[in-house]
Design a protein around this ligand. Sequence first.
Ligand code: IPM
Ligand code: MG
Length: 369
Amino acid sequence: MSNPTLLILPGDGIGPEVMAEVRKIITWYGANRDLAFDVSEDLVGGAAYDAHGTPLHDDTMAKAQEADAVLLGAVGGPKYDSLDFSVKPERGLLRLRKEMDLYANLRPAQCFDALADFSSLKKNVVAGLDIMIIRELTSGVYFGEPRGIFKEGNERVGINTQRYTESEIERVARSGFEMARKRGNKLCSMEKANVMESGVLWREVVQRIGDTEYPDVELSHMYADAGAMQLTRWPKQFDVIVTDNLFGDLLSDLAAMLTGSLGMLPSASLGAPMANGRPKALYEPVHGSAPDIAGQGKANPIACILSFAMALRYSFDQGDEATRLEKAVEKVLADGYRTADLLGEEGRSPVSTAEMGDAVVKALDASLG
Ligand code: IPM
Ligand code: MG
């Protein structure tokens, strides 16, 4: 059988630097665990715009549809701020999500013991935190029509539309319930049913799916603003959270920061199964392109490395190998390796992006005993 295929899209800013470290990990798995991938690389975001005048070339889109999994670094940067909206780097990422129909975005927020002091919240609030946010990713106000800036009398009006169909809510709700069953069996759904009709429908549909298909899962509902408050007050009350595209964007940044650093958190965006049974899938760090530190070897590659661990788990059925990689990351942190974003006030000198990647590879070596 041929090797599974991986399409790597490093993108902009720190994307290429952190992806170079993931490449080391991929190579390690090929050499040591009999897990070889056919890797190809292409452009996305500003890098694609520079080369082709579009943030995602049709050929790249086609390759992404074919790949067993896509790994993406980050897109965007100040250089592209003045571009027309339709060709901004972010549009490349949004096109991938939409055309691959990656409706379930898994964003874990896990606090590593070694970093619990680093959170802006008290240690006892975050130590041991392990929650999973499932964000709907292909609909809602990100994609609803009508949208645009229109003329209305003698002024302009900016319009976006929040829109959810029942089937869109049903499928992401099922992703939430399934995830809850694999974890602590608790699902909290967040919307604004008090002010938005789309939220009323969201709540109804999630409740119905729970009653009829997942009566064993403990389901609760929260208004998303209260959810934000509860996430900062006592985040450990949550296990799995399912929410819409925009609320999920906000709440996942909030949850990420609870853990101490945005540089640590991976994500998986999953769609329906392909002919080979694997879900359509794109893996990317939650952090952005961090143009202020790009090209300086300062970036933390851990979020991108852990995104590859999610690929091992969700695309390639290699849960044990994913755990091996996650443990290796835990070990380098416990051993005191810190990129600049993780230094706080400890007064140590940081390791570079490449040194962090090398340390993870060494920890993988050590895991073989
Ligand atoms: C994210 C990002 C994206 C989003 C941007 C880069 C389009 O913030 O993945 O959370 O808003 O979805
Ligand atoms: Mg975001």
